[in-house]
Design a protein around this ligand. Structure first.
Ligand SMILES: N[C@@H](CCC(=O)N[C@@H](CS)C(=O)NCC(=O)O)C(=O)O
Length: 212
């Protein structure tokens, strides 16, 4: 498999963790955001959505991180990233989607660039915007984590799930923009445990080949 990635892309970070958790070897094909390589014609021919990540599986290109993760879970069932029961699956998807649909898109690079360029907001305003959506989204997620986590090691029950794959990259983003996370002790405890796992550590932005 070949992963179109960028070291700081949190959506790619989710997929890197999934590939590591599943023990699937892959080749990294980095795209440099600063050079707009993800908007270039050759990449749009691969992924018409023009976003990172995309996963090439024997010439079939998959896009959208959660669709890719569910594909990996279906084709490499162990360890599972979704619970066996439908209620559990819905709750894991709920937490994953709270990050992937309700927090992350508001803070995406193209949104920040639009706030900065056409709307002419200054850096401090843009950083406030960034932190605001994380703080608001994490409030609900913290309550869900308290409800669903068994021992504050994973968001759902006591094993890794797709929700955890979304949490760690989003916390990374929050810290990068100096977000006050003191109101989210459960999320922080879970993140501390997840970050100690080799599959998560090997997916971190700073250890990716294109981070140099
Ligand atoms: N919902 C998409 C989001 C993908 C996405 O927004 N990727 C970001 C990097 S984390 C990106 O390509 N941003 C480029 C831009 O905003 O111009 C997914 O989960 O894959």
């Amino acid at each position: 498999m070949k992963l179109y990635t960028f070291f700081r892309s949190s959506a790619a970070f989710r997929v890197r963790i999934a590939l590591n958790v599943k023990g699937v070897p892959y080749e990294s094909l980095p795209k440099v955001f600063a050079k707009h390589e993800h908007r270039a014609a050759d990449y749009l021919a691969v992924n018409p959505q023009g976003l990172i990540p995309a996963l090439d599986v024997d010439g079939n290109v998959l896009s959208q991180s959660l669709a890719i993760i569910e594909y990996l879970d279906e084709t490499h069932p162990r360890p599972p990233l979704l619970p066996a029961d439908p209620i559990g699956r819905a709750n894991v998807r709920s937490m994953a989607l709270a990050i992937a649909c309700d927090i992350h898109p508001l803070n995406n690079l193209r949104v920040l660039n639009y706030l900065k360029g056409p709307l002419q907001h200054d850096e401090e305003t843009i950083h406030r915007w960034y932190r605001h959506w994380i703080t608001q989204g994490f409030a609900g997620l913290e309550a869900q984590a308290r409800r669903f986590s068994a021992r504050q090691r994973y968001l759902f029950d006591d094993s890794v799930s797709m929700a955890d794959l979304c949490l760690v990259p989003q916390i990374f983003n929050a810290r990068r923009f100096a977000t006050d996370l003191s109101a989210f002790p459960t999320l922080l405890a879970i993140t501390a445990h997840l970050e100690s796992l080799p599959a998560f550590a090997a997916a971190r932005p700073e250890v990716q080949p294109d981070a140099k």
